[in-house]
Design a binder for this molecule. Sequence first.
Ligand code: FAD
Length: 472
Amino acid sequence: IKPIHVVGGGLAGSEAAWQIASAGVPVILHEMRGVRGTDAHKTDGLAELVCSNSFRSDDAETNAVGLLHAEMRLAGSLIMASGDAHQVPAGGALAVDRDGFSDAVTREVEAHPLISVVREEISGLPPESWDLAIIATGPLTAPSLAEAIRAETGADALAFFDAIAPIVHFDTIDMQKAWFQSRYDKVGPGGTGKDYINCPMSKAEYEAFIAALIAGDKTEFKQWEGTPYFDGCLPIEIMAERGPETLRHGPMKPVGLTNEHDPETKPYAVVQLRQDNALGTLYNMVGFQTKLKYGEQGRIFRMIPGLENAEFARLGGLHRNTYINSPVLLDGSLQLKSRPGLRFAGQITGCEGYVESAAIGLLAGRFAAAERLGNAPSLPPATTAFGALLNHITGGHLVSDDEPGKRSFQPMNVNFGLFPPLDPGTKLKPEGFEGRFRGKDKALARKRATTRRALADCRKWLGHEASAQAAE
Ligand code: FAD
């Protein structure tokens, strides 16, 4: 059988190689460390954890990343098996001994008879002779390869650093204060004229908010010190520092909007949120990219009327991150539409985090192996954490009505906002539950029902895959 080439031996590439080899297909894994380093990696080990040693919550019942752990274990993940074998105490989280973990992955991959590891930098797109290949070179992809990807996909399709605006769970926005309306009721293609959520501010509220932004604790940003900000992604606190009126004339301008709860009073400023996923469960804060520390973001953004109880699916940030505009460029099985057979995996596809990167590597590996064996890739159901994350990457993204072509795709951790809603008839109240079934109990029960559904569907999906292979 002809080998599949995997470029990058990080979290995603190591897992992809493992899955391909586990399906009985040979793999050549190209990893540049050993020949050339990155700004963050410190060793030559495969699957090195560049920062924290945590895979986050291991709670598969009420936490989305814990659920992803569980699904990956079911799918025979090398990253999860190595993580479990090198666990260190961390409460409900799965934290690992980083060296023991990376050594284990390196050992297993190098020892697999179907995997060859080649230490070399791949400096351009894989040659045509590699008919099936996976690029998993991560957020710190070497510059010459990044340049080749940019040349293939177009200048607007590759981002080099992230200026991320926070994303809010819709059901935590107070719609008694906020309202739906597009500026000037403008109706874009497929739009309704009510595509944004608007949060109004009085003069006093705006002034207090600007003062809090300026005084708020910011993260250091040494790595890219001196990098000019692109105009479209200036951090909000930098805009605030330019003068008290800057935001009111920028992302917080109140024009073309009427507060339906109080049509007589013109808001002094407005914060807009734009739908972020096709399900309408997540909204991003338009123009609110920020370097504020996480705790400060929660405190300061909850000063905004309507967001007092907001829960954030992700907070804002600014860091080096090479990633492609996957919803536009990739098909449902992670293949580059312009070059079938070439897949992307890991953080470069626009997922975020060790576990998510490895999960997308796992899927890309299985899809490529299926193709090599003459089968159609079997996609995970949307109700699983695998499927929810894959759909975040490969589809379901909205481009705003009034800013055609503007990317709305932002890297994200797995979270419950990415899952389809439960069937309306789903029984939430546990058997024998005493007392009042309150909002908090309901939210927890909803998570439990979502994870139960996910694990059942994941088992079915993996079972189908196994029986399809057996039938071959
Ligand atoms: P990587 O693990 O980076 O693997 C990519 C591999 O490709 C590397 O081994 C690299 O050497 C290799 N490579 C690159 N270019 C080439 C080339 N041209 N030829 C051959 N090989 C190449 N996530 C968390 O969950 N927790 C954190 O604490 C965390 N901290 C982070 C800190 C930093 C500084 C960065 C940049 C990211 C962080 N992330 C964190 C995000 C992300 O989850 C990790 O970067 C994760 O390692 C991504 O997995 P990956 O497999 O996509 O990329």
